[in-house]
Every structure is written in structure tokens, then in C-alpha cells.
Design a protein around this ligand. Structure first.
Ligand code: GDP
Ligand code: MG
Length: 336
């Protein structure tokens, strides 16, 4: 069998640097990872690879019909779009909510669990919150895996950036006592093919390339911007006491016009690195040329700009949200 990159799963080749799995001829015998993975790991620089998106769909469709245990990963910020496709598997599914460390400590897990059970129609054997960065609940997850698996193989699936590869590396570190080799990054499509990690005689974790969502703010955004928009540390919610007819400007990413004549309170959950300012509604038209979504919100609603932020409001009101075309903007019950 052809040698594969331990970082992204692509088969090694020495002919085209723009295709997956490229290694220089002179290092091809010794190399463990392809040139792109080497550069992501050592220099943090990311090279977009030409890769047919249908190939991910094919891998995903293949897994749907297996009887093996599925760990379905998503972070709290992409719940809504991810859970849309969680009921598609033949095998048992465990929902793993990743990056717990990003949530403010005041947010109670039990409450979120209830919220998920009440608001989404999902058919899963278990739900668990983990943080690979803080090694939180990894042992508990392993117990769930051992209890639910139906064979040696356990698949990790979920959108790109959900934290699949990071979780496997963390498990390798804790259970195999060595460094995990899988390449991780904040950019979409880092993992290019399935990667099998043999942890023991009766457990193989299988990493998969994540589905890339077309309706997520992060898709198509420059790597330097992804680093700002994707939260890395515990989010500090930002509350704004809104006076009638004010606007909130979120970096150069989105604008919210508040169109009601009562005071209100908006709490934004987003990366601490994004600058937010409040202005009077008609001070300027900044970002009003973006795509507009109008909402009538009630006092138990959030509105969500998928991949960028969500906002909890406390009184019913009307808002206009302006953001990039194709990004899902929607309301839901208050998550927090
Ligand atoms: N804060 C935090 N970030 C994480 C965690 N797990 C993964 N990430 C970050 O999320 C991004 C995507 O991770 P990756 O494992 O490549 O996701 P994959 O596409 O699902 O394999 C990377 O920037 C990771 O550092 C976590 O537990 N906490
Ligand atoms: Mg990955």
C-alpha cells in the first residue's frame, strides 16, 4: 500500500505541491508527514490544497451505513447546523460537544444538556461535553466509547473545525503515552482523508475530514481573519444596554440595527478578539450594504450569525442583521 501522511491522511506523492500529500523527492523515504502538514505544524502557515469536495461527501456517505459506533463532534457554536445531520447514521451515535473551555464558567452543563434534549430532535446513545485543550472529560468519554462500541472501529465525524483531530491527539497522548501526529488547525479541510489510529487490540479511532459548511461565516474567510473570529479561550460575554435605535457593529463582519423604542439588553457571545462598538442607528451606513435579515424576536430568543456569534436578548424587539451573503442567520430559543 502507498505510504500515507500521518498528519492529514493523504497518500504521499512527489509530483505536484498543490495536490494533497506532496513531499520533496529527497525526503520521501524518511518523511512521516507531507510538506503542507510539516509547515502547518512548524510554521503555522497553511496552504490551500486542491481537493474535490465530493470526496468528503463520499467518505461521509460510506460511514453512514456502517454499524460501528459514531462519535459525532460539534462545538456549541455550530450546534444548529451540525445537529441537522446527526440522525443519519445506522450505527449508534454519541454526541460529543467539544471546546467546553470556550464557554464562560458560569454556564452550567446540566442546563445545556436539557436545552439540547428539549430543542433538538436527536437520537443519540449519550451526550458528553469535552475539552481536548484542558483534558476535560476525556476519561469519561473513553468509558462511554467502551460501553457503546459495537466493534473495534469508532468513527469521529462532524464539521471541519469541530476538533476531531485534536481530540484523537489528546486521547493518543493520554492512553498511548506518545504525541499524536494528526495535523490540526483553525482552517477548514486540514484533515484530507480518513486516518486510522490503533489505540489497542480492540480499539481503533478513525479520524475523518469534516464536512465544510457553505453557510458558516468562517468558510472562505482569509486565514488571518479566521484566527480572529474563531474563539481560542474562554469567551467573555459582552452585554450592551441598548437604547432605542442604536446599532452594534461587529468588527467589519456584521451590523445589528436595533429597531424598537424600548430599552433592551443584548449579550453577545463571540471571540474576545473581535472589536465591537455601539453607535446611534443612523450615524452611518457602515456594513448596510451586506445581506440583510429582519427579525421579530421575543424575550426568549437568541439570534445567531453562524460561525461568528450569537446574541441573547431580554425583551421582545425588532432587529435587522447585516452580514456576508450565504451565512445562516436565524433565531432560536435562548441557549444560555
Ligand atoms: N479552545 C479549544 N480549541 C480547540 C479544542 N479542540 C480543538 N480546538 C481548536 O479547533 C481548531 C480545529 O481543530 P481540529 O482538531 O483541526 O478540528 P477538525 O477539523 O475537526 O479535525 C484548532 O484550531 C484547534 O486548536 C478545545 O478543546 N478547545
Ligand atoms: Mg481534522
Amino acid at each position: 500500500m502507498n505510504k500515507k501522511c500521518l498528519g492529514c491522511g493523504a497518500v504521499f506523492q512527489t509530483t505536484n505541491p498543490l495536490e494533497p500529500g506532496f513531499v520533496d523527492e529527497k525526503v520521501k523515504e524518511k518523511a512521516l508527514v507531507c510538506k503542507r502538514c510539516f509547515r502547518i505544524k512548524n510554521y503555522g502557515d497553511y496552504q490551500v490544497i486542491k481537493k474535490d469536495i465530493n470526496n468528503y461527501q463520499e467518505i461521509f456517505d460510506g460511514i453512514k451505513n456502517k454499524n460501528d459506533l459514531i462519535l459525532f463532534l460539534c462545538d456549541i457554536f455550530t450546534l444548529d447546523e451540525s445537529l441537522n445531520y446527526i440522525n443519519n447514521f445506522k450505527g449508534k451515535v454519541v454526541l460529543v460537544i467539544t471546546k467546553k473551555d470556550l464557554l464562560p464558567k458560569s454556564v452550567k452543563e446540566a442546563k445545556l444538556l436539557n436545552y439540547i434534549k428539549e430543542n433538538y430532535d436527536i437520537n443519540v446513545s449519550d451526550i458528553i461535553f469535552v475539552s481536548s485543550n484542558k483534558n476535560y472529560n476525556i476519561d469519561a468519554l473513553m468509558r462511554i466509547i467502551m460501553k457503546n462500541k459495537s466493534s473495534k472501529n469508532v468513527y469521529l465525524v462532524g464539521n471541519t473545525n469541530a476538533g476531531k483531530s485534536t481530540l484523537i491527539n489528546q486521547i493518543i497522548k493520554s492512553y498511548a503515552k506518545k504525541e499524536g501526529f494528526i495535523t490540526t488547525s483553525s482552517l477548514p479541510a486540514t484533515t484530507l482523508d480518513v486516518i486510522e489510529v490503533n489505540l489497542s487490540d480492540d480499539l481503533t479511532l478513525i479520524d475523518t475530514p469534516g464536512l465544510v459548511s457553505n453557510n458558516n461565516y468562517l468558510t472562505g474567510v482569509k486565514p488571518s481573519e479566521v484566527k480572529i473570529i474563531m474563539p481560542k479561550v474562554e469567551i467573555k460575554p459582552r452585554t450592551y444596554q441598548m437604547k432605542p435605535y442604536q446599532s452594534i457593529i461587529i468588527g467589519n463582519y456584521a451590523r445589528i440595527d436595533y429597531l424598537s423604542d424600548k430599552k433592551n439588553s443584548f449579550t453577545l457571545y463571540l471571540s474576545n478578539e473581535i472589536k465591537v462598538k455601539r453607535i446611534n442607528l443612523n450615524t452611518n451606513d457602515y456594513l448596510r450594504d451586506l445581506n440583510k435579515t429582519s427579525f421579530d424576536l421575543d424575550d426568549k430568543n437568541d439570534f445567531v450569525i453562524n460561525g461568528l456569534c450569537f446574541c441573547k436578548i431580554t425583551k421582545s424587539c425588532k432587529v435587522n442583521v447585516y452580514t456576508k451573503k450565504n451565512v445562516d442567520v436565524f433565531k432560536r430559543n435562548n441557549l444560555i
